[in-house]
Write a protein that binds this ligand. Sequence first.
Ligand SMILES: [Zn+2]
Length: 406
Amino acid sequence: MVDGESGSLRSLRELNRGRVIDVLRGRGTASRAEIARATGLSRSTVSTIVSSLIEAGLVSEHEDGTGVAHGRHGGRPPVLLSLDKSAGVALGVDFGHTHLRVAVSDLSHEVLAQASRDLDVDHSAAEGLDSAAKLVDQVLKRAGVGRKRVLGVGMGLPGPINRATGTVGDSSILPGWVGVDAAAEMSKRLQMPVHVENDANLGALAEFVWGSGKGFSDLIYIKLSSGVGAGMLLGGRLYHGTGGTAGEIGHTVVNPSGAICRCGSRGCLETVASARAIAEVLGDSRGEPVSITQLLELARDGDAAAVRLIGEAGREIGVAVANLCNVINPDRVIVGGDMSAAGDLITEPILESIRRYAILSAAEQVSVVPGTLGERAELLGALALVLQPPERFLVSPPRWREVAAA
Ligand SMILES: [Zn+2]
C-alpha cells in the first residue's frame, strides 16, 4: 500500500510525464529546452523525464539539429527529441467534393504513406465510407504498419458537423450524408476511434500547426475550391458554433437578385466567387469548358480575362471577409484550397476590399496570405486532429506551476 503522500507524488510525476509527451505529440520534434518552455517545468525535471522515456523506448533522440535554435551561437545544435516511431501512428481521411485522400503519419509528424482517388462525395455516404476504409487498408500496407498501432483517425467532411450529435447537418450542402453519424459509421468499418471535423476547420488547423498560420491565434482560413468555406480559429481554438455551421462564408448573400445557390438561397458569395464559378464564366467567354486547373494555368500565364475574373472574385470575397474582420478582428486571413495557387492575384484584391470596407483598426491588424500547405492542408489537418487534439489547440500552452517535489 502506498501512503497518501507518495501516491500524490507518483500522480504528479505521471502528470508531468504526460505534459512532456503532449508537447512532443503536438510538435513532432522539440529540444529539451523547448519542452521546458512549453510545459513550464524546469530543465532538470524535463531531463529526468526525457531520460526515463528514452529508457522506456518511447522517445528517440536526433542529432541532426534541424531545430529552429540550431547554431545561433555557433555552438553545437540542440539534440531534438521525438516520440519513437514504434509508439503509434495517426490516420487522416479527407473527403472533398470530388476527391478522397488518406494518409498515415508517425508521431514525429512524418507522413509515411498516402493515397487518393476521385470520388463524388455528394453521392452517397455509405459508398464514400467504404472507399475510405479500402484506402486506409492500402496506406497502412504501404507504410508497413499494423492496425493495432493506429492511435486514432481524423476525418474531414465538406459540410457542417453537429458537435452535439456528431451527425452531418444541412441537407443542401452535403446531400447523401444528412443525419449520418460519420464518425460512428467510419469507426464501425475500421474498428478504430474516429474524430470528424469540417474540412475548412481542418485546413485552418493544419495551417496553424505547420503552415502560414503558425503563431496566429485569431485566424480565418478561407477554402476556395469548388465551393467557398471558412474555418475560424479564435483565441487559439477552432470555433464551431452551436450546430457546426460557423464559417459558412460562401453562403453570405452578395446579390439578393443573383443566381440560385445549391443551399437554396439566392446570390450567395459561392455563386460568383468559387473557383468553379470563375472557371464557368471564363469557359463561357472562350466557348469551351475551362477546368479549375486550366483557369489557374491561364492566370499564371497572364491571360487578361482569367486575371480579371480572379481579381473580381477576390474583391467580392474581400467584402465578406471585411464584414467578418469587423466582427471577430482576426490577425491573419489565409487563402487555401485550389485558389491558393493564384497567390497575390487572389490575396491582393481580398486585402484591397478589407482596407476599403472594414473599420480601420480591424483592417490595419490583419494580413492576407496564401496557405503554404496547398491541396494537402485538409488532409494534414485530419492528422493534426489526432496528433494535437482540439482541447490542446492553444497558441501559448498553459504555464504549469512546478511543484518542487516533482
Ligand atoms: Zn448558398
